[in-house]
Write a protein that binds this ligand. Structure first.
Ligand code: IMP
Ligand code: MG
Length: 177
């Protein structure tokens, strides 16, 4: 496998500051509940939450829709639920990437059942070409082509999450994808 740079640390950080400012402007008052989808969104949550100047609560949800490879199993499974109640809350789901949309389509309707005041989605990356289920995304960091990417939280079989840049993971000649 080889890594081809797609988005640099500087590009990512600059875009997140813009998103934070936009989110601050969109939510005039009250506490914003940031729900981080484990594990890929942890770095995005850490940087986005600090780019937002208003009061925030943070909680984590474990969702698994992928096996250990590059393709979706189509199954969504909750591996860790929230500790806090969402009743009456402005909720912002913080996700690393939207691909088929299966995960967030499921998660949005699940969280709606918990009687929040509002639910929106912030994703760092979006691969719109790959969508199988509709997802209404309020904040997108970058729209990217249909390539498998790693770094800044995104993994391939748990590897590469700690890269500072986002890179395209490519099979080398002779390897199968
Ligand atoms: P979806 O349900 O197909 O939208 O899948 C979303 C999840 O799949 C993301 O939260 C990631 O965990 C994973 N995923 C999708 N595309 C990529 C990629 O290019 N690199 C790493 N993980 C990905
Ligand atoms: Mg994820």
């Amino acid at each position: 496998m080889s890594l081809r740079p797609l988005l640099s640390e500087e590009q990512i950080q600059k875009r997140i500051l813009d998103l934070g400012a936009q989110i601050d402007a969109d939510y005039p008052d009250g506490t914003l509940f940031l729900i981080c989808i484990l594990k890929g969104a942890i770095y995005f949550l850490a940087d986005l939450s600090r780019a937002i100047k208003r009061d925030t609560f943070i909680d984590f949800m474990g969702i698994s829709s992928y096996g250990r490879g590059k393709t979706s199993s189509g199954e969504v499974r909750i591996t860790k639920d929230l500790d806090i109640s969402l009743e009456g809350a402005d909720v912002l789901i913080v996700e690393d990437i939207i691909d088929s949309g299966v995960t967030l389509n499921y998660l949005t309707s699940l969280l709606q059942q918990r009687k929040p005041k509002s639910v929106r989605i912030a994703t760092l990356l979006d691969k719109p070409e790959r969508r199988l289920r509709p997802v209404d995304v309020a904040y997108v960091g970058f729209r990217i082509p249909d390539e498998f990417v790693v770094g800044y939280g995104l993994d391939f079989a748990e590897k590469y999450r700690n890269l500072r840049d986002i890179c395209i993971l490519e099979p080398q000649e002779g390897e199968s994808g």
